[in-house]
Design a binder for this molecule. Structure first.
Ligand code: HEM
Length: 196
């Protein structure tokens, strides 16, 4: 959300896609729309790449001798993957610090549906293999629905007259140094907002 708030042109593209797929002022995004919300998923995928929740994945132990990418890994080794390093590897991701959802639309190898899963481990979302996430479908659904509805229901701007959100990372982690504050403005007909 912070990256999108700083790039209103990208946010507009995502919102336009939602309006095109779902229709304006008729209903909220549903699970059945997810297959056609490729730009929204590309935004989420780009956020997974550039802003992993944690710097490393959970450690795993090699159960047998193996070779990965030309490196010999003896049985019993503890393997730690750097989520931060993989997602920002300039050999794989040109201009890696740039938030650019389009890169996932260009590089999907002819597959016409964007997925949040990254089986090649060019970055880590759900990881892969035997210890990979067991809930990739549910996780994809939750992530896409949440982002899509936030964008569908509200136009977002920074607070306090600021033009942009400060994206500096905290010194002791990968979260924002200052919490994200943003101003939502409704953009749909009133009857579409549930009364609480
Ligand atoms: C966007 C949402 C989610 C993301 C990005 C995510 C990501 C991950 C990652 C990276 C791992 C570790 C894989 C590894 O160590 O190699 C993992 C493991 C796991 N996840 Fe998720 N997850 C998500 C949602 C969920 C949900 C909703 C559930 C359950 C309802 C779930 C259940 C699990 C379980 C049980 C494991 C352990 C699998 C094992 O060790 O065999 N995850 N997830």
């Amino acid at each position: 959300m912070a990256e999108l708030i700083n790039r209103p042109d990208l946010m507009a593209k995502a919102t336009e896609e939602i309006d095109r797929v779902v229709g304006k002022d008729s209903r909220l995004v549903q699970e059945s729309d997810i297959g056609r919300l490729n730009y929204v998923k590309a935004c989420a995928r780009e956020a997974f790449r550039l802003h992993p929740l944690a710097p490393f994945n959970a450690p795993h132990v090699a159960t047998q001798d193996t070779t990965v990418g030309g490196y010999f890994i003896p049985k019993g080794s503890h393997a730690l993957l750097s989520r931060y390093g993989l997602g920002r590897n300039p050999k794989v991701w040109p201009d890696p610090l740039r938030f650019d959802p389009e890169r996932h639309l260009e590089n999907d190898g002819g597959v016409d549906e964007v997925a949040l899963v990254e089986k090649e481990l060019r970055f880590i979302s759900f990881s892969t293999g035997r210890r990979g996430c067991v809930a990739t479908v549910l996780g994809t659904c939750m992530t896409t629905m949440l982002l899509a509805r936030l964008l569908q229901c509200f136009a977002w701007t920074p607070v306090g007259g600021n033009k942009t959100v400060d994206l500096s990372e905290a010194e002791d982690g990968l979260s924002l140094a200052t919490p994200l504050m943003a101003l939502p403005k409704t953009r749909l007909a009133r009857h579409l907002y549930p009364v609480v």
